[in-house]
Design a protein around this ligand. Structure first.
Ligand code: C2E
Ligand code: MG
Ligand code: MG
Ligand code: MG
Length: 281
């Protein structure tokens, strides 16, 4: 059925395309149910201080297991974005992050000196109810705004600079900090970095992973570090997988590191243990 009959209210698709469409609808339906039933979990990947390798925080990463199979956020986040499910998904992630901090505090018997970074999609950021969502989560779980970091992408702020600016400012009024995720891969609107209330640049994994083999990557990471220092921003290097890269990243002066060398994303209990173990370092 290769011929699509336009204008007759009937379209024929190739069987492969149809199967793909089917799978997509199935996934969207299943994702909606997973969100409704609170079946989306969070994994916490340690963020380490590059000076002493102590855990200073975690990035919360959404996890979904469907019919026994883990589906990566690279697959389900775009489905959530296209279907509007990103809004309830995003609320769930922010609330769970705050709830996890509260549980860790309870386990420790006092506020645990770590923050959690949460990814926020451009669609979520464009809606000003993100402020209410964050405020409610902090209040409900009695968490200081300083312990929440919102990770935004360059495309979020490039697409709608004035709205983004207003929303980011309202978030920083709650003491929440803002990190620019995947920095160095997108438009890199350097002028907006100076204008927006950004605290941290997260240097993308694709650049960091190459610094020991690519002179270009090394030069770019060094330049980003200098730019951050000039603008008074902190840096986090993503995707550190080897000791060689870790040492180069530290020598360049990046403040924080993240990557499989230090730890994979962990469940909440294992994440707490990883923090505790790192305190003796
Ligand atoms: P991201 O925000 O840049 O998150 C880092 C991703 O890199 C995570 O993948 C993490 O597991 C992976 N990673 C960390 N260290 C290493 C390393 O050393 N080597 C390699 N190869 N990978 C490493 P993950 O969990 O699959 O998430 C992928 C992307 O999905 C995230 O990229 C983020 O853009 C998005 N995402 C995840 N959770 C959420 C969420 O709750 N909301 C939204 N809007 N997006 C999310
Ligand atoms: Mg991120
Ligand atoms: Mg990232
Ligand atoms: Mg990335």
């Amino acid at each position: 059925l290769k011929q699509a009959k336009r204008g007759e209210g009937v379209a024929f698709y190739e069987p492969v395309a149809l199967a793909r469409l089917h799978k997509r609808f199935d996934r969207e339906h299943a994702l909606r149910q997973a969100i409704d039933h609170d079946d989306i979990g969070l994994a916490f990947q340690p963020l380490v201080d590059m000076k002493n390798r102590r855990v200073i925080g975690f990035e919360a990463l959404a996890r979904w297991t469907h019919e026994g199979e883990p589906i990566s956020p690279g697959e389900f986040v775009p489905i959530a974005e296209d279907s509007g499910l990103i809004l309830p998904l995003g609320r769930l992630v922010i609330d769970k992050a705050a709830a996890t901090l509260a549980r860790w505090d309870e386990r420790l018997g006092k506020p645990m000196p770590v923050g959690i970074s949460v990814n926020v999609s451009p669609i979520q950021l464009a809606r000003d109810d993100i402020i209410t969502v964050v405020q409610h989560a902090l209040e409900r779980h009695q968490i200081d705004g300083r312990r929440l970091i919102i990770e935004v992408t360059e495309s979020s702020v490039v697409r709608n600079p004035d709205t983004a600016d207003a929303i980011l400012r309202a978030l920083t009024d709650l003491d929440v900090r803002i990190a620019m995720d995947d920095f160095g891969t997108g438009y890199s609107n350097i002028a907006s970095l100076q204008r927006l209330p950004i605290h941290t640049l997260k240097i993308d994994r694709s650049l960091v992973a190459g610094i020991d083999t690519s002179a270009d990557s090394l030069a770019i990471v060094r330049t980003i570090q200098r730019l951050a220092e000039a603008l008074g921003l902190r840096t986090t290097a993503e995707g550190i997988e080897t000791e060689t890269v870790a040492q180069q990243v530290a020598a360049i002066g990046c403040d924080v590191g993240q990557g499989f060398l230090f730890s994979r994303p962990l469940d909440p209990d294992a994440a707490f243990d990883a923090w505790q173990r790192s305190q003796g370092r």
